[in-house]
Structure formats: structure tokens, C-alpha cells
Write a protein that binds this ligand. Structure first.
Ligand code: UD1
Ligand code: MG
Length: 457
């Protein structure tokens, strides 16, 4: 096997996206398109990877990090011109270079591996990954001669009526003999409808020099999708989503209705967990085994332990333990740490709070900026008063505390271990451990008062 190199084209603005965000950074199932491409390339045995950057260069670099070299294409003069920018890094090196467009997020490493192998088997100087598709509009067409051999690629905009009838397209992925590639690039002109230097022209140049040029057809048409506009973006999202759902199901996760379940690329889910309809799992969320998630729950970048139930609720950037019961209609805001066996019931909001093992807030509570110990019971309607309009303060509720219904805990304040707070209290001072604190107006009953005032006739 020869040395392998990769060039990823990611310098274009992506005019057809009509977006402030650079095309290759548009996410597909939560991950930028170009990252999908790079992650697949990383699975191959590649010596060096070069990403061509231009529009949004710094942002693309920040996204991909150290995995790639970068070459700057200051002006986007076309895909051939883009590859030329990698010359200082790759020219003169013996081996095979795969070129992939950063806007083909569905390409798989297996297909690229097969393309490499085919290229080496037939001893070609260039091999195009092609596909036959029903609607080839917009793509470059593969023009073959009478013997069925590839002659050239013609871009849609430059194609004759007859050429537009061809339904074998250039997927935008190719293997080249590295030395031949950089030699041929010097001969590419911009004499075409778009006035651009087209990488596909390298095929015709090599062919005319009598070199072997080959095509490798993939049957997985999904992989060929080049995302140039938002319609294609939604299509890529749909296909990627079904791939992701399928892989979870194959790993032992039950997804009741895959068509209404949205799981981003980096999410992991344990065996025998059931994902109910309308659920969205985002970011680097990790869900344990035997959980029940949804229906209609949104979970972003959370760790969720085994056997936890999250119904009709939203949770963000928090850790949630095992055998926890959340919802329906709970809101777990960032930086919360919910330990095992906790119950967070309906209309409870938790923000930046630790909730110790087995503690409960079953109904209508706001617990923000708080440290709640284990075995605590927070009664219906009780809240932490954490904000004075300027600053946020901490509420500490130690182990085994019982907070009666409809209490206000005005922070900073501590309720000591085992203490009781009577229902309806507004607690402004620390409560010692094991004490009962009552902080409400005393009730007075005025006997026969109604009759005296003659209110009832
Ligand atoms: C390209 C191919 C076409 C193929 C299609 C597959 C050319 C001329 N055409 O067309 O044959 O069917 O992909 O999806 O190559 N880019 C740069 N610098 C540039 C121009 C583009 O880095 O100067 C990058 C873009 O960011 C993009 C990729 O190259 O990631 C492809 O460019 P795009 O404009 O999308 O080409 P297509 O018109 O889709
Ligand atoms: Mg494209």
C-alpha cells in the first residue's frame, strides 16, 4: 500500500446557503459538515491531512483543531485552485491523495477505503467516486467514451443538453497519484462558464496524457449528497438522523418512533433504554442503561445514570444520577448535579444546584444556586430566593431536612441537618439542625365574627 494523503476542500462561502455561517460549519445532526468528513477520514490510514480554508478560516480551524494541516486559499478561484494551496505541504510526495469536499457530510470511511483500493488495483493516476442518481441537476457529469471509459467531467453549467442527460455524477471525492495531481493542476484553466479553476478538469488533462483514469461507482446514493443549499441540508439531516437511530437500535436501544426521534452524532445510549417519541438528545449526552426517556424530552450535554426516567422535560449541561425520576414538565438548567434516586416532579426548575441522594422536590418548586443534601423533602411550592436583583446567593439545605409547602428560603441561608421548616415560612435566618422553624404570621380565629358584622343574611 502506498502512502495516503487527504485534502479537504472547505474554503467556499457557500453562497447558495444564504447564511452568515460558512457552509462547511453548518451542522448536520449537531456536528459541522466538515467535521463529519474529517471524522470519517481519520478512520483511514492517512499520513497527512490538509484542509483548505478561506471563508471563516479561523472558525474552521478552531472546529477541526490539530488533526489537520491547513492551507489558506485567500481567493476562492475554484476547486482546482483550492487543491493547489496544499502544494507546499504535499507536492513531490509519493503516494495517493484523496480529495473530498467539505460539503459531503454523508461520505463514509468504508467507501473511501474501497475507492483507495480500487485506485491502487487498476493502477490509475486518478479515480473518481461516481454515482448514478435520478436527479443529477447541479452536479458534474461523467462523460464516458464509446468503450465506456471515462473521458472527462463536465460541470452542469457547462454541459450541453445531451451531457445533461447523463445521470452518472461526480460525487466530488477522488483519488489521485499525488505527483501527477500537482503536475496536472498547473495545466487547469478557468475557461468555462463560471470562470473558475475546476478540479474535475484534471481528469481530462491526465486522460489526454494517456494516463489511466478510472471511475468507482458507489451504490449508496445517500453518500453522494453535496450540500449546497438548505433543502439539501435538511435532506442530509434526515439521512444522518436515520443512520444514527439505526445504529442505536442495533446496539440494543429501543426507539419507539425513529421518525420523531432526534439524536445528535456524539450521543451515547446504554442497552435496554427506551426512547419515546418527540425526544431530542443533543451534544455529548451520555444516557445509561434501562432508562425511559421521553416522550417529548430535550436533553443537551447531560450524563444520565442507569434506570432513570425523564418524561416531558428539558435538561441542559447537567449530571443526573441513576434511578432518578424527572418530570413531567421539569426543567434542569446548566451546572446541576442530581444524585441517585432523586425525584424532580412536575413544574420544578433546578438551576446550578446539587441535589443529594434520594431527595425530592415533587411539585412546583424553584431550586437555584443551592446545595441540597440527601434525604431532603422539599414541599410543594417551596423556592429558593437566590437573587436580590444584583447578586445571586447560595442556599444550603443539609441532609434529612423537611421543607414545608410554600416556603421561601431567602439566601444566603442554611437549614441545618434534620431541621423542619413549617409550611408557609419565609426563612431569612439560618435554621439550626433538628430545629423546627416557623416564620409566618400566627393565625387568629375571631369566633362568630361573621355573624356579628351581619355579613351573612
Ligand atoms: C463540485 C464539483 C462537481 C461535483 C460536486 C459534488 C467542481 C468544479 N465541481 O461542485 O463536479 O458534482 O462538487 O458535490 O469541483 N471550495 C473551495 N475553494 C473554492 C471553491 C470551492 O475550497 O475556490 C470548496 C467548497 O467550500 C466546497 C467544495 O470545495 O466544500 C465544493 O465546492 P462547491 O462550490 O460546493 O462545488 P459544487 O458546485 O458543488
Ligand atoms: Mg457542493
Amino acid at each position: 500500500m502506498s502512502n495516503r494523503y487527504a485534502v479537504i476542500l472547505a474554503a467556499g462561502q457557500g453562497t447558495r446557503m444564504k447564511s452568515k455561517l460558512y457552509k462547511v460549519l453548518h451542522p448536520v445532526c449537531g456536528k459541522p459538515m466538515v467535521q463529519h468528513v474529517v471524522d470519517q477520514i481519520k478512520k483511514l490510514n492517512i499520513e497527512e491531512m490538509v484542509t483548505i480554508i478561506g471563508h471563516g478560516a479561523e472558525k474552521v480551524k478552531a472546529q477541526l483543531g490539530e488533526t489537520s494541516h491547513y492551507a489558506l486559499q485567500e481567493q476562492q478561484l475554484g476547486t482546482a485552485h483550492a487543491v493547489m494551496q496544499a502544494e507546499s505541504i504535499l507536492a513531490g510526495k509519493e503516494g495517493v491523495t484523496i480529495v473530498v469536499c467539505g460539503d459531503t457530510p454523508l461520505i463514509k470511511s468504508e467507501t473511501m477505503e474501497a475507492l483507495f483500493n480500487h485506485h491502487e488495483e487498476v493502477n490509475a493516476k486518478a479515480t473518481i467516486l461516481t454515482a448514478k442518481i435520478a436527479d443529477p441537476a447541479g452536479y458534474g457529469r461523467i462523460v464516458r467514451n464509446d468503450h465506456g471509459l471515462v473521458e472527462k467531467i463536465v460541470e452542469h453549467k457547462d454541459a450541453t443538453e445531451a451531457e445533461r442527460e447523463i445521470n452518472e455524477i461526480n460525487t466530488g471525492t477522488y483519488c489521485f497519484d499525488n505527483i501527477a495531481l500537482f503536475e496536472a493542476l498547473k495545466n487547469v484553466s478557468n475557461d468555462n462558464v463560471q470562470g473558475e479553476y475546476y478540479l474535475p478538469d484534471v481528469i481530462e488533462i491526465l486522460k489526454k496524457q494517456g494516463e489511466v483514469v478510472s471511475a468507482f461507482q458507489t451504490n449508496d446514493l445517500d453518500e453522494t449528497l453535496g450540500v449546497n443549499d438548505r433543502v439539501a441540508l435538511a435532506e442530509a439531516e434526515r439521512i444522518m438522523r436515520s443512520r444514527i437511530n439505526e445504529s442505536h437500535m442495533r446496539n440494543g436501544v429501543t426507539i419507539i418512533d425513529p421518525s420523531s426521534t432526534y439524536i445528535e452524532s456524539e450521543v451515547t445510549i446504554g442497552q435496554d433504554t427506551v426512547i419515546h417519541p418527540g425526544t431530542i438528545l443533543k451534544g455529548n449526552t451520555v444516557i445509561g442503561e434501562d432508562c425511559q426517556i421521553g416522550p417529548h424530552s430535550e436533553i443537551e450535554s447531560c450524563q444520565v445514570g442507569d434506570g432513570t426516567v425523564i418524561r416531558q422535560s428539558a435538561a441542559f449541561k447537567s449530571s443526573i444520577g441513576a434511578s432518578v425520576n424527572i418530570g413531567p414538565f421539569a426543567h434542569i438548567r446548566p451546572e446541576s448535579e442530581i444524585h441517585d434516586e432523586v425525584k424532580v416532579g412536575n413544574f420544578v426548575e433546578i438551576k446550578k444546584a446539587v441535589f443529594g441522594k434520594g431527595s425530592k422536590a415533587s411539585h412546583l418548586s424553584y431550586i437555584g444556586d443551592a446545595e441540597v443534601g440527601s434525604g431532603v423533602n422539599i414541599g410543594c411550592g417551596s423556592i429558593t430566593v437566590n437573587y436580590d436583583g444584583k447578586n445571586k446567593y447560595l442556599t444550603k439545605i443539609e441532609d434529612d431536612v423537611f421543607i414545608g409547602c410554600n416556603s421561601n428560603l431567602v439566601a444566603p441561608v442554611t437549614v441545618g441537618k434534620g431541621a423542619y421548616v413549617a409550611a408557609g415560612s419565609t426563612i431569612t435566618k439560618d435554621v439550626p439542625g433538628m430545629a423546627l422553624s416557623i416564620a409566618r404570621a400566627r393565625q387568629e380565629n375571631k369566633e362568630n365574627y361573621v355573624e356579628k358584622l351581619n355579613l351573612k343574611k
